[in-house]
Design a protein around this ligand. Structure first.
Ligand code: SF4
Length: 375
């Protein structure tokens, strides 16, 4: 029986939502219509996203105990949304040595982390062996620590340092201990947008090739979308469609993490010729719901980013198709440098409380979504 929430909503929206409820793929045009709904149609969208999420995940919200290690902030790429990177001669520029990285992994082990997430700027002073040594150091400390490391941009850079293909580079990294890759550097996978916000980064096709190569080598990755800057709603859907098409081929994505653009500090916020199209709360919630519907049958896990949304709004998102609260993180530098107000660490006890007070059931998972403990 159809829910009463579908009474008196626009027929066109009702047809799309009913399709999604029957696990039928929705088109890009249909997804775009859903990103624009308001009022009764918005609540019907929320209902649909939650129903699909409940069917897949019941009312369990997962989280992972992990820590970030941002080993260098030196970078020459000049992405306009980034306030983390600095030139090598800046007084605040840093590059951790292997001992300092090891100390952080030891600290992660003491905090019962199951994962370290390692990413850095594109630092021209580094050698390929340094990346391999980072991976070896992690496994020396704890061979069971999951190493989630190196963005596709870093992989691309390494393949140049190593003077070989991305495939060979990934094989070497895997042998040294790489377990999975963050699906960052994706931003918006539309070249017209990338030319403005990150003109020196890999193109859409290069990002697709690197990620697909990793998946084909049985290296899973996450996927992300950074939204709420200069992109249009249509371009948000084009991005989701790129992810969906990859996943149809490879099944290598573990999750989608929508990342709202933090606009306080980046130079991108000051470019008058490319005005921002910022995302406020309702647009965030609609994107979560539409992502849940659009990626249904392909990507089961939708994660909220508490460092960017704040813990309170991240809790709200758990009622909009989201089934994962992300990680404890520790030392979250990238959002902080862009001007995000929220903390760098949420202890597991606090995450559990946030999930429970949302009326959901928390469960600790590992990086690949195997449940380790229910609460
Ligand atoms: S987003 Fe990454 S690649 Fe771009 S400038 Fe910042 S650190 Fe460098």
């Amino acid at each position: 029986m159809e829910s009463e929430i579908f009474n008196n909503i626009e027929t066109e929206i009702k047809i799309i939502l009913n399709k999604a409820l029957q696990n039928i793929e929705i088109s890009s045009e249909e997804a775009l219509k859903l990103l624009k709904v308001h009022g009764k149609e918005f609540f019907a969208l929320q209902y649909t996203a939650n129903e699909i999420c409940l069917e897949k995940k019941e009312d369990i919200i997962t989280f992972v105990i992990n820590r970030n290690i941002n080993f260098t902030n030196v970078c020459f790429q000049g992405c306009k949304f980034c306030s983390f990177s600095l030139p090598a001669n800046h007084e605040d520029a840093f590059c951790l040595n292997l001992d300092e990285i090891k100390d952080r992994v030891i600290e992660a082990k003491k905090l019962k982390c199951t994962e370290v997430c390692i990413q850095g700027g594109i630092n021209p002073n580094l050698k390929f062996d340094f990346y391999l040594d980072i991976l070896k150091v992690v496994k020396e400390v704890d061979k069971n620590m999951h190493t989630h490391a190196f963005s596709p941009q870093e992989i691309f850079f390494m393949s140049k340092l190593y003077s070989t293909s991305v495939e060979n580079t990934l094989k070497e990294l895997k042998m040294a201990g790489l377990d999975s890759i963050p699906g960052t550097a994706a931003e918006i996978l539309v070249d017209d947008v990338r030319k403005i916000i990150c003109p020196n980064k890999v193109s859409t096709q290069q990002w697709i090739d690197i990620i697909s190569t990793a998946h084909n080598l049985k290296i899973p990755t996450t996927s992300t979308i950074m939204y709420g800057h200069i992109e249009s709603l249509k371009e948000r859907i084009e991005h989701l469609n790129v992810l969906r098409e990859i996943q149809k081929e490879t099944k290598g994505f573990t999750e989608l993490v929508p990342l709202p653009f933090v606009k306080v500090n980046p130079i991108l916020s000051k470019l008058e010729i490319h005005p921002l199209n910022p995302s406020y709360g309702m647009a965030d919630l609609k994107l979560f719901c539409v992502s849940r519907l659009f990626l249904n049958n392909y990507v089961d896990n939708l994660q909220c980013s508490w460092p960017k949304l704040g813990p309170k709004f991240a809790q709200v998102s758990l009622n909009y198709g989201v089934n994962d609260f992300g990680g404890t993180l520790i030392e979250e530098n990238i959002s902080k440098s862009a001007g995000a107000e929220y903390g760098e660490y949420l202890p597991p006890e606090e995450i559990i409380k946030i999930i429970q007070t949302a009326g959901k059931h928390p469960a600790q998972r590992d990086t690949l979504y195997n449940i380790k403990k229910y609460y």
